[in-house]
Design a protein around this ligand. Structure first.
Ligand code: ZN
Length: 204
């Protein structure tokens, strides 16, 4: 392994493998990295306790490691994980939920990931007064019809009122997310499909 454990520890950036969101920063020693590779569950070294630490051993909020990368000069690691529950001990999804400057922004992956989590929760709990609950109650055919309607409105906006296109496209993505969830298809499957095509035809 070309990782430099100078002083015994190396910083680890942990990233949500699906949304790309940065979840936390921690440290690992050789033992933690070996345990992570062996179990496919994120292990770190706790500097405050001076001990090996498996993420979620007390909270239950484990991290399934999809991929482990190291940087160009081998002095930092990247754990790409599927996070169960919040990553942060405060209950936030990511430890980096505060901004020191400017307005908080979110990446495309983060926004779509959050949208999917909210839609899935609504479909599971069907809270009264929720738009998703009402649409779900009207049946799969109605959800499919809404997707067609919003696709049509997006197309019309592109031709006649381009400044409304982003808003219409947002409606389309929202309803498409509901349709996918209704059929148990994760947005990640859609992303995997696009990624596969891009890799097959990089010039496309
Ligand atoms: Zn935290």
């Amino acid at each position: 392994m070309d990782v430099n454990f100078e002083g015994g520890l190396v910083p680890v950036i942990t990233q949500d493998a699906d949304s790309g969101e940065v979840l936390m920063l921690a440290y690992a020693n050789r033992e933690a990295v070996a345990a992570t590779l062996q179990t496919k569950e994120a292990h770190y070294f706790s500097r405050s306790r001076g001990a090996l630490w498996r993420k979620g051993e007390t909270s239950g909020h484990r991290q399934q490691v999809i991929e482990l990368r190291y940087d160009c000069d081998g002095d930092a690691l990247l754990y790409r994980v599927r996070q169960s529950g919040p990553a942060c001990h405060t209950g936030a999804h990511s430890c980096f939920y505060r901004t020191l400057s400017g307005v908080p922004s979110a990446s495309l992956g983060e926004v779509l990931g959050l949208l999917e989590r909210v839609v899935a929760e609504r479909l599971r709990e069907l809270p009264e007064g929720s738009y998703v609950t009402r649409l779900h109650g009207q049946g799969l055919g109605r959800v499919a019809q809404k997707v067609i309607e919003e696709a049509g409105e997006s197309a019309i906006a592109a031709l006649q009122e381009p400044r409304k296109l982003a808003s219409e496209a947002a409606d389309l993505l929202f309803h498409l997310t509901i349709l996918l969830r209704e059929r148990g298809v994760a947005l990640q499957e859609v992303a995997d499909e696009l990624h596969k095509r891009h890799q097959q035809r990089p010039a496309h």
